[in-house]
Design a protein around this ligand. Structure first.
Ligand code: ADP
Ligand code: MG
Length: 336
């Protein structure tokens, strides 16, 4: 498979300060001169987490593999992609699943115009041309499949017997990043279906980085950008509500929380953004007896919960949103 896009990549040294904060710092970081088709689009509204600093330090260090873990929707994948975008790194990506095989990463032979040719997989391409190989949801893979990666994680070349024993030496700008919901040990919550306990020797090869949900001020900033038409007080209350749900999630909260109970769903940043945009959409229906915040809440999260949890979520919402959501009178039609 020809990859002209990757053949023309030009490694360069970039000033880390200039790239990430606009102020020169004199600290150099490897990147590429320009983006290619595999480079993620930079999102100007992306709000970098505290974990960003850790990952920048990782980018500047010798190329050890990185394992980013944390709850669903906290921004693991998008953080890695957005950092790569700033450095013009191509991101060659696969999402893990239980039946994934080593060939899905390395490549396989296929018939092309009557001839067998080898189609390089994302790992082989990143190793050969330089770039970031992103293995999303790594903990869904079988530990036995992953143990085939041990040599590569140690910095060894990749040997492809299916392609005549081709040897691919890792490019100096090849980086390996995995993301997962668990730390590879086990799923303490029991809710990340399919997450497998990983092999100790395999996990031992990673630099670990935990990404939690963004701080409340950061999430308020995200909502201000995603749903500026919602009143600031309502946005702040939504962030506080998400924080409360996270505390109630499976007893991680203390019993002094308003409901003193535990629930089985949690509030990801992804869900919070969806809730805000649905609330905006339903606000014009307020005069028809719809309570937009609760109505949107069910559609963003509540319908995924058990009946009891949903009742608790409503009770909590009633407590936390008594009056903030009075939409302006003149808004009577649904937004497109
Ligand atoms: N810091 C952030 N800035 C902007 N959007 C974010 C941020 N964190 C999460 N999101 C939103 O949440 C969604 C889920 O994030 P993602 O990175 O896919 O989470 P994860 O990989 O942890 O499950 C993203 O598509 C994005 O819309
Ligand atoms: Mg992800």
């Amino acid at each position: 498979m020809s990859q002209p896009e990757l053949d023309t990549l030009q490694p360069v040294e970039l000033d880390a300060g200039l790239v990430f904060s606009g102020q020169p710092s004199g600290r150099m970081i490897h990147g590429f001169a320009s983006p290619c088709a595999y480079t993620p689009e930079p999102d100007p509204d992306y709000l970098f987490h505290d974990a960003m600093r850790e990952i920048v330090v990782w980018f500047m260090s010798r190329p050890e593999p990185l394992y980013v873990f944390g709850p669903t929707g906290s921004g693991k994948t998008s953080l890695v992609r957005q950092l790569a975008a700033r450095l013009n790194y191509p991101v060659l990506e696969v999402t893990g699943h239980a039946r994934m095989e080593f060939a899905d990463l390395v490549g396989h032979c296929s018939l092309e115009e009557g001839r067998m040719t080898f189609q390089y997989g994302p790992l082989a391409l990143a190793m050969r041309h330089g770039g970031l190989f992103l293995l999303d949801e790594l903990d869904l893979l079988e530990p036995a499949t992953l143990s085939g990666l041990n040599g590569i994680l140690d910095g060894n070349p990749l040997c492809i017997p299916e392609n005549g024993g081709e040897l691919i030496r890792p490019h100096p700008l090849f980086r390996f990043v995995a993301t997962a919901n668990t730390n590879g040990g086990s799923d303490e919550t029991g809710l990340y279906q399919g997450a497998l306990r990983q092999n100790l020797a395999f996990m031992d090869r990673f630099w670990l980085c935990e990404v939690g949900y963004p701080a409340p001020e950061a999430e308020e900033g995200l909502l201000a950008k995603a749903a500026p038409a919602l009143p600031a007080a309502l946005r702040a209350a939504m962030v506080a509500y998400a924080g409360e749900v996270r505390r109630l999630f499976l007893g991680s909260g203390d019993t002094s929380t308003p409901l003193g109970e535990t629930i089985e769903v949690t509030f990801s940043t992804r869900t919070l953004l969806r809730w805000a945009s649905l609330t905006l959409r339903y606000r014009p229906m307020a005069h028809q007896g719809v309570q937009p915040v609760c109505f949107a809440l069910d559609r963003a999260l509540g319908f995924r919960a058990t009946r009891e949890t949903r009742a608790m979520l409503h009770e909590l919402a009633q407590r936390m949103f008594p009056t903030v959501d009075d939409p302006p009178r003149e808004q009577t039609t649904m937004d497109a």
